[in-house]
Structure formats: C-alpha cells, structure tokens
Design a protein around this ligand. Structure first.
Ligand SMILES: Cc1cc2nc3c(=O)[nH]c(=O)nc-3n(C[C@H](O)[C@H](O)[C@H](O)COP(=O)(O)O)c2cc1C
Length: 399
C-alpha cells in the first residue's frame, strides 16, 4: 500500500518537473521571439534583389550580403538622377565604431567587400561594373566623418554585358564568416595557387601560412591580442552595445552581433536568446571577456592555415582594395570548400594594442607595408547560420 503511494507521489513529482520544464522552455521561446517572422533574414532570399526594378538597387541588394566589420553594414548608396546607369557608394559615418577602429580602416575594408559583391552580381545580371574609387578625391583626414558624408568611396557605372553563370554569385548567398573549428588539413598546392592568383597586384598581396612555426606564432598573436581586447572595457562595451539578444531586437536593428555568429541555431538558439534577454549579465562584463578568450583559443587550436592581405601603403584606396580582395577570397574559398574568419584584434590601432600591433606589422609586413587583414581559413567542420542584414532601401540616400 505504502509502496503504491510512494510510486504515485514520485510519478506526480516527475510529471510536475516535466511540466515546469516545458513551461520554462516555452517562456524562453516566447521571450526569444521564436514565433515572429525573421525579416532581418529577407535579404538572403534569392528573390529579394529581383523585387526591385532599378538594376542599381538590385546590385546594392547583393552588395549588402558581404562581410562587414562588426556586421555594421556601413554603406550608403546615392542613385544618380541624371544617369540611370550610375550610382555612388558612400561610407556611412553614423556607423563608425571609433573605439575599436579609430581610423575607420576596417570600415574602408568593408566598402571593398561590398563593391566586389556588386561586381560579381553584375556579371550574373548582365552588367559590366566599372568601379572608380574616390572619384571626387580622398578624404580630409582631419574631418573624417564630414568628409565621408560628401565624398563617395566609389562611382559605379554599369554597361550592358552578356549575363554569365558564375559560381561566385551562388557563393554570395553563403555566410562569409565561419567561427567554428576547422579540419586540421593543409591546403593543396593547387588551392594555394588559386587563392594566390586572386591578388590584383598594384601593391595588394596575399600571404598564406600553413607551416608549424608560423601557425604557432600567428596563433600566439591572436591569443595575446584577444586577451588585451578582453581587458579593455570601452572596447568590450562598444561591441556589447550592438549585440542583439533576441528576434525582436534583430528585426529592429538588422545589424550588429547575435548568437548566430557563434554558430548557435535551432531551438538551442531560442533557449540561449531567452536566457540572454532575461540575464544580460551572461554575456557582458567579465563573462563576455572570458567567452571571447575561450572562443579565440578554440579557434586558434583548430586552424590549419592563416592568411593575410598586405598592402604596400595604407591609403584609403588600398584599404578598399583589400576588402575587394577579401570578398574574392571568401567567394572563391566557398567554391573550393573552404571557409574563413578574420581575426582583427592584433591589427587594431587603439593604444592598448600598440605593442603587439607594431611587432606583428614589423614581422609580417617588414618593408613598411600594412597587414590589412588577418584571417584563419580551412575546411569547415560545421556550417554556420546566416547573420542579420538591413533592408536595401535603408541604404539609399533620399535627396
Ligand atoms: C574588416 C573586417 C574585420 C572583421 N573582423 C572580424 C574579427 O575580428 N572577428 C570575427 O569573428 N569576424 C570579423 N569580421 C567578420 C564580421 O563580423 C562578419 O562579416 C559580420 O558579422 C557578418 O557576418 P557574415 O560575414 O557571416 O555574413 C570582420 C569583417 C570585416 C569585413
């Protein structure tokens, strides 16, 4: 009799625990926004660009799928009213992230990533895209933000061409950044030569490192610079401020960071987002610093190849060209089954980073050049989810 009662109580307790867990999970799911439509992913649809009749807007819709620093998507487009085959790209000065990128160098690289996507989409759509950098001259550095507002990064002129089926175009719909572990396999010599051949010359070059000594040395710099960054509160706060904890925030802002960037998807994503919304401290302050360092260590331990884009000068044009080359590398990498992730910390120009920055530049660009991008590359062990994108019409400057 007693045993039966005990079993009944135990079953009731178990049932109650299961019900409570299900209620908690549902609450987290609702807090995460699990039921709402993800408008921030619409630009990834293959039909998205086709919704616009103006080819310039269609190409801009492809451009915004490109990688950008902190996923800021710092792009503005002005359509030439007097010539419907001409449009201009401007850097969006309201999207500068001054602490981590004080000279807006990464922001300029992000102009290049966008331009290359436009060129690739143009080929597919039957347009030859003539890209003229800084057509009205380069920036006044002492008045940078104002200068960005008035001087275009590029004038893009379209002329009719034969549409080409291009595997690089298909690759624009894949995420550019894979922060997962990579297979510890070296590149074949043919992969190396395909990637190296993408260098446009003119003082912009690619370097690949897959020997043990350099893997160790570069990995060491990545770890050291991540530890420095994790310790600089204003930089961590700057990144934290653009972290979007749930679907509501992602739909509202459509730029910045989210848990997808760390490879989280499916129902796990909603549980994590629910928790981060209720307990933001899980991903701020000391917790954020520790996550960042741990993450970098795992990345470094699982990187078979590092690559760098090096320019002979660090003019604004060279920075933009570095971004164009980076997009070429990412897209070509996809066609070879390779993925990439920039590791920018050691290249950043804020004061706390100056010692490793200088050492790194002297080691890897010894003749007065500049390493514009450092990134890991390899075969993925896991695919990554797509990240937020703005609506293309928000890029267009209304006049
Ligand atoms: C100039 C530049 C610097 C970047 N630096 C980093 C970096 O240090 N670490 C990182 O994980 N991703 C970095 N990224 C990748 C962006 O965070 C990424 O492009 C953005 O979040 C959008 O994601 P997606 O590339 O997967 O579409 C960088 C991208 C650019 C263009």
């Amino acid at each position: 009799m007693k045993k039966k009662a005990a079993i009944k109580i135990a079953s009731f307790v178990l049932f109650s625990i299961v019900v409570i867990c299900l209620i908690l999970l549902s609450v987290l799911f609702i807090i995460s926004g699990g039921f709402i439509k993800q408008t921030y992913l619409e630009p990834w649809s293959k039909d998205y660009a086709a919704n616009h009749s103006d080819p310039r807007v269609r190409l801009a819709a492809s451009g915004l799928l490109a990688a950008s620093n902190h996923n800021m998507q710092p792009w503005k487009i002005r359509l030439d009213k007097s010539d419907n085959r001409v449009f201009y790209l401007y850097a969006d000065s309201s999207r500068m992230i001054n602490e981590v990128d004080p000279y807006a160098r990464q922001m300029m690289i992000s102009q290049g990533t966008f331009l290359e996507y436009i060129a690739v989409a143009g080929k597919k759509e039957g347009w030859s895209t003539k890209i003229n950098l800084f057509p009205n001259g380069t920036y006044d550095e002492s008045n940078l933000a104002e200068s960005m507002d008035v001087k275009p990064v590029a004038k893009i002129t379209l002329s009719k061409a034969q549409p080409e089926n291009n595997p690089l175009y298909e690759a624009t719909f894949l995420p550019d950044t894979n922060r997962e572990t990579y297979k510890m396999e070296m590149l074949s010599s043919s992969q190396v030569s395909v990637l190296e051949s993408l260098s446009p010359g003119k003082g912009v070059s690619i370097k690949l490192y897959q020997d043990e000594a350099n893997l160790k040395k570069i990995g060491g710099y990545a770890l050291r610079s991540a530890a420095i960054e994790a310790d600089v509160e204003r930089i961590m706060d700057e990144s934290g401020a653009i972290f979007r904890a749930n679907e509501y925030q992602k739909n509202k802002y459509r730029y910045g960071y989210s848990v997808e960037g760390q490879g989280t998807s499916g129902s796990m994503k909603h549980i994590l987002q629910g928790l981060l919304t209720v307990f933001p401290s899980l991903n701020t302050g000391k917790a954020a610093s520790k996550n960042f360092i741990d993450y970098t260590r795992t990345s470094v331990d699982n990187t078979p190849v590092y690559a760098m884009i090096i320019t002979s000068d660090s003019s604004r044009s060279a920075q933009v060209e570095s971004g164009m080359l980076y997009s070429k590398l990412v897209l070509t990498g996809h066609t070879l089954g390779l993925v990439m992730q920039p590791l920018s910390q050691v290249l950043e120009e804020y004061s706390e980073m100056s010692i490793p920055y200088t050492e790194f530049q002297q080691t890897y660009a010894p003749n007065g050049g500049t390493v514009q991008m450092l990134f890991r590359l390899g075969k993925p062990t896991k695919s990554t989810p797509l990240s937020m994108r703005r609506d293309v019409m928000d890029l267009i400057i209304e006049e």
